[in-house]
Each structure stands twice: as C-alpha cells, then as structure tokens.
Design a protein around this ligand. Structure first.
Ligand SMILES: [Zn+2]
Length: 461
C-alpha cells in the first residue's frame, strides 16, 4: 500500500515513523480501507448497514425532515437493517432537500463531530442544496483522496499541477500559484515535491505557456478543458509538455474525451467520481480502470424511474446515502447523475463496480476571436448581492458570438436598472462585452445528462 515511509513527528525517530495525531488517524483509516476493499460485497454491505443504523437513528431523533419523512411512512428503524428495509425509505429528490432548508439540519450534532460548516452545491444553476460538512466528513474526504493517490501509486516526490476553478484573483494567469508541497491531503503524512496551480479562466495559450514553464509530473483538470487544450495544441502544431499522468475531476469523462486526452498527452488518464454533497463516490480501479464505489463512504444505488434497482448494464438514477454526515444527513438522495453498474472487477476488490457515469458535461464559451474559455459565471450569490433579488435557478445560454441569454428563476423579474447591473456583472465575469438577454422562466429543466447545467452553448459541441 505505502510506497514511501510516512513522516515521523517524534524527535530522533525516523523508522518506523511515529506520526502525529492527525497522521496517525489517517494512517489508521488507510489500514482499515486496505483490508475492507477486499471484503465480499455481502460483508461490505453488512458493515454499511451497521453504520447506516447509527445514522438513521440519529436522523430520526434529531433531523426534522427525516423525523417527518419516517413518520409519514410509518417507518420504525429495526435492530438490524437489511436491503428490504433500506429500500422502503423514500427517495429524497434534490428539490425535496432544497425545500427542506433548515429542516435537514440536525438539532443535536454529536460535539465530537466538530462544528457545522456550510457548503452549497454550486450546481450553480441548480437550486442550491444546503449541506454541512463537519470535522468527521472532512476526515473521510481526506482519507478517500489519499486512497486515490495510494491506489495509483503516485510518486509524491514529483510535481503536482492543477488547472481548475478558483475565484477571480486566485492563481490567475500568467503566473498561477505555487506551493512547496502537495497540500492538505498528502503533505501532513508524507514528504512531497512542490505543487502549482492555474485558474481555469486562463486562455488556452496562457495554459500552454504555464505548462511549459512549470512542467508538472501530474496534471489535474476538467475533461472539457483538457480536450480544448489538446485541440488547441494540435491546431497550433505544437507539442504538449509531457506528464506522467493526467487526473480528471469535476465533470463526467466520456469515452471519446478520454481517448482524445490520452492520445494528445500519450499518457494514461485517471478519473474520479465525486459530488460536493458527499465527497468521493467512486475511484478508478488501478488494475481494470473501472470505477469502484467507495462503499466505506457511501451507499450508492442505481434505480429506474419506478425506484427499482437496475441490474448491471442498465442505466438509472444515482442515489447516494452519505454514511458519516450527521450534520445534514443525505439518505437515498437523488444526486442528479445517471449511471450503470458493471460486473464484479477482475482485481478481486469487493467494492461495487460502476461501468459508466452519465453526469455533468461542460460547454466552453466561444469568443469572436476564435478562442474559447472555460466560462466563469461568478460566485454563488453575486446576482442576489447586485440586485437584492433571491435567485432560485440560473443558466447562461450562449446563442451566438455576440449574445448570451441569462435564464433566471427569481422571486420576481428584474427591472431595467437591475438588468443593466446584472448585464455588467456577466460581461465582467465572461470577460467579453456580450449582449445579455434576459428571460424569467418558472423553472429550468435538467439537461440531457440529468444534471442542471449552468452554462449551455448552442454554438459549440
Ligand atoms: Zn478493480
């Protein structure tokens, strides 16, 4: 499991290492995860249900939304949970969780789980879903992120590079930002090489210059951005700087995209499947390349429109039950992706296999200059701050090289002055003086992938 020795935090002791409290806890989790990945699916499910029993008891006692839901359906939590009982728990749609607002919060979070820290799905468009993180959910997030590094045998001495979303002003081109180590996931436990990051709002030319200068060993970015970068390098007739591995995050990686990225960089691509609300859902198998559900973190179901479990090979809605979030429990929550299970993996791990995920795809913003950009749509709450009007849903549609449409689901339509303020905001965010047209529909439907899309281009693929 470990290619290198952890850092020892005790003076004079180098080998075997004695980690500090945080390091020891993370290593203890890896020790268990190393074993549990090989358990049979039945044994894994037994332990999931044991953990679920604790979560359900807590939710029924302290979370108003679940107290009401279980009450309405006459659900009594049994001593032992089995699959039959689990499936009697009603599915919670994104909309139901959104409408629940504070009723999804526990009124009595165990103090040792730490303080609640609120995130909001930036599903930006999406109606925001309110969910909290705690010290416990953070601990598990770090553990599964580290498992991904260990599974894929990454050399921590190498240089890590990331081109991803940051707020305006952070890691901006041309220089980006640099750190002496790999950050919170790895650096507290292992000696690492440096890392560098660049805001994905950079143009493709700036990204390529940055890659040439920084020469990272490992590169992390969004599939849509990597495909655009590969196409740009090809069009310019220039070679992409070599990397040891590319890691994709944040969007669904399609088969065609994977092939394009692999061909352009002549290296393997490793994808992860996460969601903001529950962290790591699946990691790519280091042997077969299939996706293994992180069953120690989440119960992941795939169901058809009637809520019936889909057999391997049949596409359905993904439901997740996040096993350790006691602050805002998510139980049989429809996360908004479609996926299909695969057959057991040849590697011998008992962790369930997902063959394909159909989730978020992202279009790029096309500029009249012929360049394309990762669309920067601002931060959650920008429009509300500019106008004082609460935004329920948001979508930006590019109709032409001159015009974008803002679809806003609001408490009330914006007046002319408010529209002018939001137009100026969007022009700043998009980095080009597009004509901004407004529409105020009652609802914005999901895109073809099943996700709410915050940016749609009608002129790019
Ligand atoms: Zn496998």
């Amino acid at each position: 499991m470990l290619n290198q020795l952890p850092l020892s935090r005790l003076s004079g002791i180098r080998f075997p290492a004695i980690a500090d409290g945080h390091g020891a806890m993370q290593l203890a989790l890896q020790y268990q995860l190393e074993a549990s990945q090989w358990w049979s699916p039945e044994r894994l499910q037994g332990h999931q249900f044991e953990q679920l029993r604790a979560l359900l008891g807590h939710a029924a006692a302290t979370v108003p939304y679940y107290r009401r839901l279980f009450g309405e359906h006459g659900l009594q939590i049994p001593e032992r949970i089995d699959a039959e009982f689990f499936r009697q728990i009603p599915i919670s749609t994104r909309q139901a969780i959104q409408q629940a607002e504070q009723a999804i919060e526990s009124g009595a979070l165990p103090p040792e789980h730490g303080a609640m820290e609120f995130g909001k799905t930036s599903g930006s468009t999406g109606r925001a879903v309110r969910f909290a993180r705690t010290a416990v959910t953070r601990t598990f997030w770090l553990a599964f992120a580290l498992r991904d590094h260990l599974w894929h045998g990454r050399d921590f001495a190498g240089k890590l590079g990331a081109i991803r979303w940051y707020s305006r002003g952070v890691a901006e081109a041309p220089g980006g930002a640099s750190e002496p180590n790999w950050g919170v996931i790895v650096a507290p436990l292992f000696a690492t090489g440096p890392s560098c990051s660049l805001n994905v709002a950079a143009t493709l030319a700036q990204q390529l210059d940055w890659l040439r200068r920084e020469q990272p060993d490992y590169l992390v970015s969004f599939p849509s951005n990597l495909v655009a970068l590969a196409g740009y390098a090809q069009a310019q007739g220039v070679e992409l700087p070599g990397v040891r591995e590319i890691r994709t995050i944040g969007e669904t990686l399609g088969q065609t995209q994977r092939r394009q990225i692999e061909a352009a960089w002549q290296t393997k691509v490793v994808d992860i499947y996460t969601c903001e609300e529950a962290g790591y859902l699946a990691l790519q198998c280091p042997v077969s390349g299939e996706y293994h559900v992180q069953a120690e973190n989440v119960i992941l179901e795939i169901v058809d429109e009637q809520g019936v479990p889909c057999p391997p090979g049949k596409i359905g809605q993904v439901l997740i039950t996040s096993l350790h979030n006691f602050a805002t429990p998510l139980i049989r929550y429809e996360v908004g992706d479609m996926a299909e299970f695969g057959e057991a993996c040849g590697c011998g791990r008992g962790l369930p296999v997902i063959r394909r995920i159909h989730g978020r795809k992202r279009n790029r913003l096309q500029l009249p200059s012929g360049e394309s950009l990762f669309p920067y749509l601002g931060e959650h709450g920008d429009i509300a701050r500019a106008t004082g009007v609460k935004v329920h849903q948001f979508q930006c549609v590019q109709h032409s090289l001159e015009e974008v449409e803002l679809k806003l689901v609001l408490e009330r339509p914006l007046d002319a002055a408010e529209q002018a303020a939001v137009s100026a905001l969007m022009q700043r965010n998009l980095g080009h003086p597009f004509r901004v047209r407004f529409s105020f529909p009652a609802e914005i439907p999901r895109g073809p992938s099943g996700k709410y899309e915050d940016f749609v281009s009608l002129i790019s693929g």
